[in-house]
Ligand binder design. Structure first.
Ligand code: FAD
Length: 400
């Protein structure tokens, strides 16, 4: 390619790691600005130009149907199920469905590389995005790095490598920016395997969360906010520590989450072809959302390695969400005995399956809506997608 027909973005320069990002404090460090694709940041950044509906239409052939509540909550989809691997991958976040799909795609030659995130040698929670070209490299990326991760920082390497078929694994903000620049990547086929994501933190924020919440922060290898309304910490020796959500020190933790995550309304990764999470499934199972035919093709690859069951839903989340809104706002922390008791009661009679997912989405969207309204009132109209506004409208919010 000559300099004349070289795309404009190649003349752009990645930002230095110390430079202030275009989205300022709302930057989620997705990695786009670490590449010459920064050229497109004003259109592509999820926090500068929210365009989920437009990108859904381009990617899935339609945007959410706003008459259909399932679409408000879970996005465009053609199938949903609970699933788990018959033989889980040891050390994966859940049963390792994400890693298994990626390995199958590479093994069968459907893709030449997989964008995923390993950790650095020195720190198990410090993200290190890579383009994996072997199953071993994919396996080494298993388990969540519960920190903002610049997955898109490897995008320049893709163009330079001449790769034509690629799988990208990522969370919502990374995938929004990726979809916005997809046509510039020179690929013949892009597959996107997403996970839901919420309440992410910087590496320093993670340390504060661990120090405030776990009895042994330095030995935590994994944690998850589980469907039993407890945070489960797994430690190096294999032991599990659980802390009820209602016992978290909300006052201390209020500013621990990244501002980007406090303004995010893409919990369920609207633009991935296939989403693998857990929150719409029974305890111990993963939750799969197939958004389009490409996602179905990806899921087919592992059908013989997983067991599945239909999604179900029970309970009523609305009272619990409504009550949690002022409690969170005032930073109320229950004494541990009361938190444990509340956890036991809500686990018995509380929302389950898809209703649990709705509980989590409602709680986060109402909190985030208030945050945007108070801190970025000028962004409110454009930044909050219509489906999120409908979700928030179901609740009475405290005055700003
Ligand atoms: P594994 O086979 O262990 O693979 C995990 C994959 O995640 C790896 O390929 C890795 O590249 C990728 N990854 C790890 N960290 C990051 C990161 N920071 N950014 C981008 N990619 C990453 N699911 C829910 O249902 N509800 C939630 O609230 C929720 N919150 C999440 C928050 C975060 C920060 C993350 C990363 C995921 C979250 N998930 C959530 C998804 C869920 O925790 C599991 O990741 C998912 O079910 C896949 O499990 P697995 O065993 O198949 O993954």
């Amino acid at each position: 390619m000559t300099a004349i027909d070289s795309p404009k973005h190649k003349k752009a320069k990645a930002l230095k790691s110390t430079s202030r990002r275009p989205a300022k404090e709302l930057c989620s460090e997705c990695g786009l600005c670490d590449t010459y694709y920064i050229h497109y940041v004003k259109e592509a950044c999820a926090f500068i130009n929210q365009q989920i509906a437009e990108l859904e239409a381009e990617t899935h052939g339609r945007s959410r149907n706003l008459e259909n509540q399932d679409d408000w909550y879970f996005g465009v989809h053609q199938d949903m199920m609970a699933a788990r691997k018959k033989q889980p991958i040891p050390g994966a976040q859940w049963t390792g469905i994400v890693s298994t799909i990626a390995i199958e795609m590479l093994d069968r030659g459907m893709v030449e590389g997989v964008v995923c995130v390993q950790n650095t040698k020195e720190d198990r929670f410090q993200p290190m995005p890579i383009i994996a070209r072997t199953p071993e490299e994919i396996l080494a990326a298993k388990v969540n790095k519960p920190t903002l991760s610049p997955n898109l920082s490897v995008l320049e390497q893709i163009e330079q490598s001449g790769m034509k078929r690629l799988l990208v694994i990522g969370v919502g903000c990374q995938i929004q920016a990726l979809r916005a620049v997809e046509k510039q990547l020179g690929l013949e086929k892009l597959y996107v395997l997403g996970t839901p994501c919420v309440d992410n933190v910087t590496r320093a924020g993670l340390q504060k969360f661990l120090d405030t919440t776990s009895k042994s922060p330095e030995t935590v290898v994994y944690y998850e906010f589980m469907q039993d309304f407890r945070v489960h910490f797994k430690h190096e020796d294999g032991s599990i520590e659980t802390v009820p959500f209602f016992g978290l020190n909300t006052k201390e933790l209020k500013d621990v989450f990244a501002p980007s995550c406090m303004t995010c309304f893409d919990y369920v990764n609207s633009l991935a072809d296939l989403v693998v999470g857990y929150m719409g499934a029974p305890f111990g199972w993963q939750w799969i959302v197939v958004r389009n035919d490409t996602g179905q093709e990806m899921l087919e690859l592992v059908k013989d390695q997983i067991e599945t069951q239909p999604v179900n839903s029970s309970g009523d989340r609305r009272n619990a969400v409504q009550q949690s809104i002022p409690a969170y706002d005032k930073g109320v922390t229950l004494p541990m005995w009361a938190a444990k008791l509340m956890g036991v009661v809500i686990q018995k009679i509380g929302p389950k399956g898809l209703e649990y997912a709705r509980f989590s989405i409602d709680s986060h969207f109402t909190r985030n809506y208030l945050y945007v309204k108070r801190n970025y009132p000028e962004k409110l109209a454009d930044h909050v997608p219509e489906y999120a506004q409908k979700i928030v409208n179901q609740y009475k919010l405290p005055p700003s």
